[in-house]
Design a protein around this ligand. Structure first.
Ligand SMILES: Cc1cc2nc3c(=O)[nH]c(=O)nc-3n(C[C@H](O)[C@H](O)[C@H](O)COP(=O)(O)O)c2cc1C
Length: 171
């Protein structure tokens, strides 16, 4: 049995989690509600989370608590699908992770920098200033700068196709 678990700040990952749960006919719950009983009752945990300053939030907790489970993990980031960007996320979050049955996917979320408040705000402005001065900007950096001009939103059910195919092929 599958269970979808998500951690989502602005709702992008939550939307993907709900679509997945509906397509797989299973439950989607926020990470903070994940109990020992949930883990015991499910063989496959599908975990989705937003990427913040390179980090997949909550991933360490899932890895620690679901050591013996089949894990399908998806990162929801601010940019469109780009293998180079995905490779960085994998390197920064899964490098050296010892889990025998884990598969990674990336889905595009979006960025609305007007919603970023608190201690993050000055950090974002410094990052903006540094990136805008760079001559050769990566696709990722270009996406980041776009988020200051107008919100970007790439959430779409079609991005779940590779995950759904994988789950269908590996029941
Ligand atoms: C402060 C901040 C830092 C971010 N850092 C990254 C990042 O390092 N890589 C990335 O791909 N996206 C980054 N993003 C974009 C988020 O991952 C994106 O908005 C995602 O859709 C959030 O999903 P959620 O709404 O489910 O939390 C960042 C967004 C904010 C606000």
């Amino acid at each position: 049995m599958e269970l979808v678990v998500y951690r989502s700040k602005y709702g992008h990952t939550k939307q993907y989690a709900e679509w997945l749960a509906s397509a797989r006919n299973c439950e989607a719950i926020p990470l903070k509600k994940l109990s020992k009983q949930h883990i015991e009752r499910h063989d496959t945990i599908i975990f989705g989370t937003g990427v913040y300053i390179g980090k997949m939030k909550g991933l360490k907790k899932i890895l620690r608590r679901c050591k013996t489970k089949t894990l399908v993990v998806f990162a929801c980031g601010g940019s469109i699908k780009d293998p180079a960007h995905e490779a960085i996320i994998v390197r920064q979050n899964l490098h050296g992770v010892d889990h025998s049955n884990l598969t990674f996917f990336y889905v595009p979320g979006g960025i609305d920098l007007s919603k970023v408040k608190g201690p993050m705000r000055p950090f974002m402005n410094i990052a903006k200033w540094m990136i805008s001065k760079k001559k050769n900007k990566s696709k990722d950096e270009i996406e980041f700068l776009k988020g200051f001009e107008a919100p970007t939103y790439y959430v779409s059910e079609e991005h779940l196709e590779p995950i759904l195919k994988f789950l269908g092929d590996n029941p």
